[in-house]
Structures are given as structure tokens and as C-alpha cells.
Design a protein around this ligand. Structure first.
Ligand SMILES: [Zn+2]
Length: 202
């Protein structure tokens, strides 16, 4: 029997625990890698010769990437709560994020939960586009970097998590349609939801 609902979560290496919006959140020591990598790449894309080291641009991009990954995971968590299944917690690591929760009561609810990460990303994308529509393209390198993260990097993250590989959101949605999938059976009452596309960052 295929069991795509069990993921390999990092067993140790957590450095920080917090409670955000009523959800326990664990940070793995590799977590900053997501922001560092995307921050460096986008800073190099948008900074101008006069920007020097452009540390501010780097930080703006890194923080925006963290925010985007968080929006994806909290999107899963929000839909979990909407369909009435418990959220056990959210994990952030250099491989991206996991939202761990109890199995929803129906396949339709599970599909909705799996798509929840993309809803969070879509909200960020629309806010960025609407802001630019009303206020024009940002002129500062920081503003440009933030815009690139919430649109371009956002689209990249979406493609990576939609592509059915490993235990990605796309793979789990595909499994939901497959005949072999026996949802709700077996010893695992909980499952985890992968990933953010940032899991391709390493
Ligand atoms: Zn996801």
C-alpha cells in the first residue's frame, strides 16, 4: 500500500520554538538557508552599482522569503482549522516547511488542506500585484527585491510544490486520485504536508 502521508521530518536540530497564531512552530537550524539563498540571488538581480554591498536589499529579500514560506504553511494550517482537523504544528527548515496535522474527515477536505499552501501564496501574489497596480513599480532596490520575491520566487515555489515529486503537495494530491490510495487506514492517524518549493534550495 502506498503511504505518501508519512514524511521524513528532521529528527533533531531544532533551535527555537514559538507559538504563532495558536500554532506551535519549530525552527530547524538550517531554516535561515532559505532566506540567505533567495536573498543573495534576488539582491544580485535587483541591486544597482551604487548600492554597494546592498545589505538592506539582501535583508528585505531574505525576510520576504521567510514570510512567503510562512504564508504557505499557515495557509495549510488555516484550511486545516477550516475543515475542523487539528493542527499539530509547523516546522521550518532549510528544506522548506511542513504543516503537520490530523487527517481531515474526507478526501475532499484533505485535497483542500493540500491546496491550502497555494492559497497563502496566491494571497501574497495578489497583494503584490494590486499594490503595484495602484502605486506603480517600486523604485528602490529593496522594493524591487520584495516585489520579485512575492511574484517571481512565489511562482517558482508554486511550481516546485505542485510538481509531483517525493511527498510534495502535488504528489499527495496525485496520490489522492490514485486507486491504491487508502486514506484513513493504517497506523498513522497523522500526516504531514509538504513542502514549500524552498525544499529545492539545498
Ligand atoms: Zn505545502
Amino acid at each position: 500500500m502506498r503511504s505518501l502521508l508519512v514524511h521524513q521530518l528532521p529528527g533533531s536540530g531544532y533551535v527555537f520554538k514559538a507559538r504563532l497564531f495558536g500554532v506551535d512552530v519549530l525552527f530547524h537550524w538550517t531554516f535561515p538557508l532559505v532566506g540567505v539563498l533567495s536573498g543573495l540571488i534576488v539582491r544580485n538581480l535587483v541591486s544597482r552599482p551604487g548600492d554597494g554591498l546592498a545589505l538592506d536589499v539582501f535583508l528585505a529579500c531574505a525576510l520576504s522569503s521567510f514570510t512567503l514560506v510562512a504564508l504557505h504553511e499557515f495557509g495549510h494550517a488555516a484550511v486545516h482549522k477550516l475543515v475542523g482537523s487539528e493542527v499539530h504544528g509547523i516546522i521550518f527548515s532549510g528544506k522548506g516547511g511542513w504543516c503537520v496535522g490530523a487527517a481531515p474527515s474526507s478526501r475532499r477536505a484533505l485535497a483542500f488542506v493540500l491546496a491550502g499552501g497555494w492559497i497563502g501564496q496566491l494571497v501574497a501574489f495578489l497583494v503584490a500585484v494590486v499594490l503595484v497596480q495602484y502605486r506603480g513599480m517600486p523604485v528602490s532596490s529593496c522594493g524591487k527585491g520584495v516585489f520579485v520575491i512575492f511574484t517571481g520566487f512565489n511562482a517558482f515555489m508554486f511550481l516546485m510544490s505542485a510538481f509531483p515529486h517525493g511527498t510534495s503537495d502535488g504528489a499527495q494530491l496525485a496520490a489522492l486520485w490514485s486507486l491504491n490510495f487508502r486514506y484513513g487506514h493504517g497506523p498513522t492517524a497523522t500526516f504531514t504536508i509538504l513542502p514549500t518549493a524552498a525544499d529545492k534550495a539545498d
